[in-house]
Design a binder for this molecule. Structure first.
Ligand code: SF4
Length: 216
């Protein structure tokens, strides 16, 4: 696997979803009612809240989001230490130094021994939670590299300490689906919010222009 040129984000699906965004208030309210039942959501429903601009409807959207957040997580704020394990990426977000065409950066993925050493440092600093961050390409092991890193992090005990929760910042794709996490030693919490936009959108965000929703 070429760690720099392998891209797996399905941008046509993203743009199709954006193009089909509805402005129908009844459809939005139906989706919000389902969201309040805490059963998760799937891409076809996302188009229902991507184009909301009516202030009242926006208020209902924010209230539903607050309900989901408070019910699942309660009124608490959780801090975690970022742990960057790799800067290999096939994407071109101009705001990010990891972008593929940035030749000034030496590409590197930590070995599992190095990941373990970083974890010991975090534990020494008193951390209990970490956010594993990597670019959107992986070394020759492919996505298994991320799973190995999660195993390594959970496997480190140091002094009286350990990392009790690993959040993982990776894009959703067939290769990173929950099925892959099923065999991991401990399923981490997935944090993939910033990886949902396509390349033109990300480029324009970084350049301070309006985000385009046309195809790549
Ligand atoms: S923001 Fe993420 S996807 Fe974009 S270039 Fe950086 S690591 Fe890659």
């Amino acid at each position: 696997m070429d760690p720099i040129t392998t891209a797996f984000i399905d941008e046509p699906v993203i743009f199709r979803t954006l193009e089909q965004a509805t402005t129908d208030a009844a459809a939005v309210r139906e989706v919000l009612a389902k969201a309040r039942q805490l059963n998760g959501s799937r891409p076809p429903t996302w188009r229902c809240w991507m184009n909301v601009s009516d202030p009242d409807l926006l208020g209902e959207l924010f209230a539903a989001a607050q309900h989901v957040k408070d019910t699942i997580y309660g009124r608490r704020l959780v801090l975690f230490a970022p742990l960057y394990v790799s800067n290999m990426c096939a994407n071109e977000c101009t705001y990010c130094a990891f972008r593929a065409r940035n030749r000034a950066v030496v590409r590197r993925a930590l070995s599992q021994a190095e990941v373990a050493e970083e974890v010991r440092i975090l534990i020494d600093q008193g951390h209990k939670r970490t956010l594993l961050v990597a670019g959107e390409s992986y070394p020759h092991e492919g996505f298994s590299y991320v799973l190995q890193c999660v195993d390594t992090i959970y496997g480190v005990t140091h002094g009286n300490g350990e990392i009790r929760r690993v959040n993982v910042n990776v894009a959703r794709s067939p290769t990173t689906s929950s099925a892959r996490w099923a065999n991991a030693r401990s399923a981490p919490t997935s944090s993939s919010r910033r990886r949902i936009t396509g390349r033109p959108t990300r480029r324009s965000i970084s350049a301070g222009r309006s985000a385009t929703t046309s195809g790549a």
